[in-house]
Design a protein around this ligand. Structure first.
Ligand code: URA
Length: 213
């Protein structure tokens, strides 16, 4: 199957379970996006942030990564704080939020049932992740949100797992790129104290220093 760009088509058939879930939600909520969610931000950015997959009532509804569910509130507030976003985040794609030198994508582009993509779906969607990485000419830093995103990015880059182990705040050099790993900014992680806003801020402070240094 040809892959002309880092963006799957609206009816991408590669993951039958995800395509069926998408169809089901098209029937239930015809006004929602209910399609693969593309990347947000300029292709010329130096920073790429990789999430897991669209949330059902978040990106799958609105069509913009991390928009419309809790995870976006912490992510976009933090990006603004460190100069990677400006404008107003209002959890809708027509708010005035703009990313600055940053782009956001997901390891899996379609919403998975229960927020859990299967290993096969993660592998299948990695072709799009690879293209999204390779189509950014100025890319210097990747932030991975959660272990699944991290491991998929490491595989997409063709790096050994041992050279870039996952852990909150872990930093690794992979060829010309610097990888920063973070726990995912999900409601579950923040409600249980696995990830505090300060821990999340610290990752983006380190990214800022890396890009400015
Ligand atoms: N929304 C996204 O787009 N990605 C995530 O990983 C979580 C919520």
């Amino acid at each position: 199957m040809s892959l002309p760009s880092g963006k799957p088509g609206r009816d991408c058939p590669r993951c039958p379970r995800l395509a069926a879930f998408r169809e089901q939600w098209r029937g239930r909520e015809p006004e929602w996006h209910n399609a693969p969610v593309g990347s947000f931000g300029s292709i010329n950015a130096r920073l790429l942030i990789v999430g897991l997959a669209p949330g059902l009532r978040g990106a799958n509804r609105t069509g913009r990564p991390f928009t419309g569910d809790y995870a976006g509130d912490l992510l976009y507030a933090t990006l603004k704080e460190y100069g990677f976003a400006r404008g107003t985040f209002d959890a809708r794609p027509d708010d005035t939020l703009k990313l600055v030198d940053a782009r956001i994508t997901n390891a899996v582009r379609c919403v998975p049932p229960e927020n859990k993509p299967t290993p096969l779906e993660i592998n299948t969607c990695r072709d799009f992740l690879k293209l999204s990485i390779s189509e950014m000419p100025n890319l210097r830093v990747i932030v991975t949100l959660g272990r699944i995103s991290h491991e998929s990015v490491v595989k997409a880059l063709g790096a050994k797992r041992s050279t870039a182990a996952f852990g909150h705040g872990a930093k690794a050099e992979v060829g010309p790129l610097t990888l920063f790993a973070s726990y995912h900014c999900s409601r579950y992680n923040t409600n249980t104290g696995v990830l505090t806003p300060k821990m999340f801020h610290n990752v983006f402070a380190a990214v800022r220093a890396c890009l400015d240094g």
